[in-house]
Design a protein around this ligand. Structure first.
Ligand code: ARG
Ligand code: GLU
Length: 712
């Protein structure tokens, strides 16, 4: 009797228990949350949100380029996503003559829409729980046996699902292998740019405002999906027509009210809610600070270059945004986690978990050790993990020399195969055109400076850890001078000359004399031999422990709302349109208006630069019918649990109408990748009425607005 009472009390007051807003749900099982969502104001049914046999909201949600989310908003394949999601496409169409970054771009009609080779847009056809099939009869097997068996079953299921269709199927582990879902997708490959606002709207606030509330960014761009005559995916072809979607989102012109229900549908990338206290501590004390340092160095160089000329500004715009984005997010995460004392919260939860496990011999046996084992594993492998993170920052985010070397290495390794297949000439052409694209956005002096600073920092951070043998404390500057004077990887003219005289002699020179290539080969070998093997063991052992730990949560705390960590699959999150009070004595209102754009512009910070038209329209209060109570809303916040990948996701109202596009979180919220706090975590949305205003009043692209279905 006493025990039952105790259990009930714990279930009700457990610190695991989360408020309604936490979590990212799998759409195919949204039925389980339907009543909770309806209690918060939603008027849709689970079937309106996700259905396999009939069209549903799901069919309007698009995975954009594999990293962002987008949504269909017209019967002619019109697609909205964030400006920063379409940024590399916008940038690649830009030049000094056609500076779309600076002035924006709007196709006058469909024939002027711009193709984007390589860009994809995928729709989810269905999501199937295949856990029972995948895990069938794997109990009691050794890890290796089980892994092999699971892989065989997965391959077969995928093969069957794809048979006779143009779909692709993938099976992903959820909850660290406690569950498996198959996701079947239809992928479109002809996706054209329809329009974009200028950077002074789409990126208004730049890095100053990135991850920050109050916010005034018109972070949207417009694309269109094209399909063949049968409305099916096809490579780019002039004769393709606009894709006719199964569902597109109506756009809400209705008055917004604080407290109203909001729901976000999209493709969140990664969350790590289950990290043990020791793991979180390592990340907060060592891993994140070092990565932040590395990026501070490269950003100091890139920012200075970009300020020095318009040409460099255009060349480095996209790269700078990518590097700065992670850098600033991490700073916010550390701040948030420290403020709420995340480590102490973790320790309390771990104690609660262990205490619960101690209440039954069976639980003690299964779950009693999982937390201490996770913490011990972190201690054992954190140096390896650190070496991995540093190598990513140095070799993949740092100087671009290394990316060129990887490309060349791939080419050389396949050289004889190309000859045997008779494809050598075509491959050489590919290398040359690829290099042209690369060097268009590259500056030798900038890369050299990045190389110098990051090499030094990398060596320093690694301390006694494994580094490439060519590097030591003092080699950075000398190496930089030699490499950037002679290497074929760092200069377009030298590279083209090299491609002109391919053969054993030049290959041997590259491998034995080109210090740039040699350093990369050295670093790559160090990475592959001294870092990766340990990290593999670490990750797979940790996944195994997490699987048990999470199973324990399910079993011992059945009344808590559990949700699987984000893994780039389609999810739903719901909450309210609301502000927050993340700091003592400070209240964030839930929306911003165009007036704030002008106030920020008055500050003189170049991140708030405007083109004259914005001031003209704002001064004239020319809001069309996009205003609410005389105000033109720009952005609003909500308590929806989102992460990277949710960019561009539709924010829907209680009836499934589009309220706006999710594009960011407040700085205080970025900790939600590790721990969601419903009092402080807020996602940031650009109001769709501002988006329409920019199209219609600002850009004279009313024809795009007219394509959409507005509900009043
Ligand atoms: N922070 C947002 C996201 O994670 C927006 C990034 C783009 N904006 C920028 N100023 N870099 O992707
Ligand atoms: N801007 C992010 C993205 O590109 C979304 C913001 C977040 O991480 O919540 O997905």
């Amino acid at each position: 009797m006493k025990r039952i009472f105790l259990l009930v009390v714990i279930a009700v007051t457990s610190i695991f228990s989360s408020k309604a807003e936490e979590g990212m749900l799998i759409p195919s099982i949204v039925k389980a949350f339907e009543s909770d969502m309806q209690a918060m104001g939603m008027r849709l049914s689970a079937e309106d949100i996700y259905d396999v046999n009939n069209s549903s909201i799901k069919d309007a949600i698009i995975h954009f380029g594999g990293g962002c989310t987008a949504e269909l908003v017209s019967s002619q394949g019109l697609l909205l996503t964030n400006h920063h999601c379409g940024y590399s496409q916008i940038q690649s169409h830009s030049s000094l003559e056609n500076d779309y970054l600076k002035y924006g771009f709007w196709a006058k009609d469909k024939s002027k829409e711009l193709p984007n080779p390589g860009l994809t847009a995928s729709r989810v056809v269905r999501i199937e729980d295949v856990t029972a099939t995948v895990l069938f009869d794997t109990e009691g097997m050794s890890d290796q046996e089980r892994y092999a068996k699971i892989q065989r079953v997965i391959d077969k299921l995928i093969q069957d699902a794809e048979l006779g269709t143009h779909y692709t199927a993938k099976i992903k582990a959820f909850n660290y292998g406690n569950d498996y879902y198959m996701i079947v997708k239809e992928t479109f490959k002809d996706v054209r740019l329809v329009g974009t606002p200028p950077n002074s709207i789409g990126k208004f606030g730049g890095d100053t405002d990135n991850w920050v509330w109050p916010r005034h960014t018109g972070d949207f761009s417009v694309f269109r999906i094209y399909a063949d005559k049968n409305n099916q995916p096809s490579d780019y072809n002039e004769s393709n027509g606009p894709y006719i979607p199964l569902h597109f989102l109506p756009v809400s012109m209705k008055k917004r009210t604080p407290g109203e229900f909001t729901m976000i549908y999209g493709f969140p990338g990664t969350t790590e809610q289950h990290l043990s206290s020791g793991n979180l501590k390592y990340i907060m004390d060592q891993e994140r600070p070092a990565r932040i340092k590395m990026r501070e160095k490269s950003l100091s160089v890139i920012d200075a270059s970009m300020r020095s000329s318009d040409l460099l500004r255009i060349k480095y715009a996209s790269k700078q945004a990518r590097i700065a984005n992670g850098w600033k997010k991490w700073i916010g995460q550390l701040g948030g986690l420290k403020t709420v004392d995340a480590i102490q919260i973790k320790l309390n939860r771990e104690k609660e978990y262990n205490d619960m496990a101690a209440t039954k011999p069976e639980w003690r046996e299964k779950y009693g050790m999982s937390i201490s084992e996770m913490n011990a594993l972190v201690e054992q492998y954190k140096q390896a993990d650190f070496g991995y993170s540093m190598a990513i920052e140095y070799l993949y985010v740092g100087p671009e020399l290394f990316g060129r070397a990887r490309e060349m290495n791939k080419f050389l390794s396949n050289y004889t195969t190309f000859i045997e297949n008779g494809t050598l000439d075509a491959e050489i052409e590919k290398q040359i055109s690829g290099a042209k694209v690369f060097f268009k956005d590259y500056d030798e002096a900038t890369d050299k400076r990045i190389f110098e600073l990051l090499t030094k920092e990398y060596v320093k951070q690694m301390g006694d850890g494994p580094i490439p043998s060519m590097l030591d404390n003092n080699s950075a500057i000398d190496l930089a001078d030699c490499i950037y004077k002679k290497s074929i990887l760092t200069n377009e003219v030298r590279f083209m000359k090299f491609m002109d005289k391919l053969g054993n002699k030049s290959f041997s020179h590259l491998k034995n004399k080109d210090l740039g290539f040699m350093l990369w080969a050295d670093a790559d070998a160090n990475f592959m031999n001294n870092v990766i093997p340990d990290v593999r063991v670490y990750k797979s052992s940790m996944d195994g422990l997490l699987k048990t730990y999470v199973a324990g949560k399910f079993e011992m705390f059945p009344d808590v709302k559990h949700w699987p960590d984000a893994n780039s699959t389609m999810r739903i999150t719901y909450g309210k349109l609301e502000g927050s009070a993340p700091h003592d004595g400070m209240q964030y209102t839930e929306h911003t208006t165009i007036d704030g754009i002008i106030t920020k512009n008055n500050s003189g910070n170049p991140d708030y630069e405007l083109l004259p038209r914005m001031r003209e329209l704002a001064t004239a209060k020319d809001y069309g019918d996009y205003a609410q109570d005389g105000e033109l809303w720009v952005c609003f916040t909500g308590s929806n649990h989102t992460t990277g990948g949710n960019s561009g996701s539709p924010v829907l109202d209680a009836d499934g109408n589009l309220l706006g596009l999710n594009f960011d979180r407040s700085w205080e919220s970025t900790m939600s990748d590790f721990m969601f706090d419903s009092d402080r975590c807020r996602n940031i949305t650009v109001d769709i009425r501002y988006v329409l205003w920019v199209m219609d009043r600002y850009s004279g692209a009313k024809h795009i607005v007219d394509e959409m279905k507005l509900v009043r």
